[in-house]
Design a protein around this ligand. Structure first.
Ligand SMILES: [Zn+2]
Length: 236
């Protein structure tokens, strides 16, 4: 994974931001996975994702927000309602999965949906400049990056990988508990994928750059795993 130079707020601002965040979000509301209480706007964003996912699963996707008139409205600004940190995997196309169109989602895709300074910089931009109230960390079954990290951890001696690949794997490995190395079969990968999402969520929640937004309920971070075979999404 390329580790580009960390993007400053100033540089990000020059990318062409739309409306600024509309201030602190009000009291918590329901809508979070696993009974998690989310700020109202984050819960609304999550519900929109759930509704889109529902349409996708039922085969009734609308494919809205794609025509030329809609896109013209987006030329000078954007107001995506959620940020998605997903994997690069071609089998998990984010907008199709959630049945969203142009301008709806701020999407960061990197192998293994890992956290690196560049990723946090992008999320920080989405929160501070675009006002997205929700980050969804989206892992998926059969993730090649997570599988590679698990394999690497099981080797008695590390294999010789290019520095960039080594760097990527080392971002994933801390989230995989050693106890999982003894588990055999696909269940190990499945659990590693889930642990990797939890690890990413944990790091984002601990990021100093995002603390102010998290503390004032302008941002909530949730995790989910997409199952390639079933076509379903499980919130963690
Ligand atoms: Zn993947």
């Amino acid at each position: 994974m390329p580790h580009g130079k960390y993007m400053t707020r100033r540089a990000l601002g020059a990318l062409g931001a739309g409306a600024l965040a509309g201030g602190a979000i009000g009291a918590t509301a329901d809508g979070g996975p696993g009974g998690l209480q989310l700020p109202k706007e984050a819960a609304t964003a999550l519900n929109r994702l759930r509704e889109g996912l529902d349409r996708f699963i039922k085969g009734s996707s609308k494919h809205a927000h794609a025509d030329i008139n809609w896109r013209k409205q987006l030329v000078n600004s954007q107001k995506p309602f959620a940020t998605i940190l997903g994997c690069c995997d071609s089998r998990v196309p984010v907008e199709l999965l959630f049945d969203q169109g142009f301008g709806d989602l701020f999407v960061i895709r990197v192998a293994g949906n890992v956290v690196a300074p560049d990723v946090i910089g992008s999320i920080d931009y989405a929160v501070d400049h675009l006002g997205t109230p929700l980050v969804l960390v989206l892992g998926h079954s059969n993730c090649g990056a997570v599988t590679a990290a698990l394999d690497e951890m099981r080797r008695p001696v590390r294999s010789v990988e290019p520095a960039s690949m080594e760097s990527l794997l080392r971002l994933i490995e801390p989230g995989i508990p050693k106890s999982l190395l003894q588990v055999k079969g696909p269940i190990a990968t499945e659990r590693a994928v889930e642990m990797n999402v939890r690890w990413t969520v944990k790091q984002l929640n601990a990021s100093p750059d995002l603390q102010e937004a998290l503390r004032t309920d302008r941002l909530a971070v949730v995790g989910a795993v997409y199952n390639l075979e079933a076509g379903t999404l499980t919130f963690l």
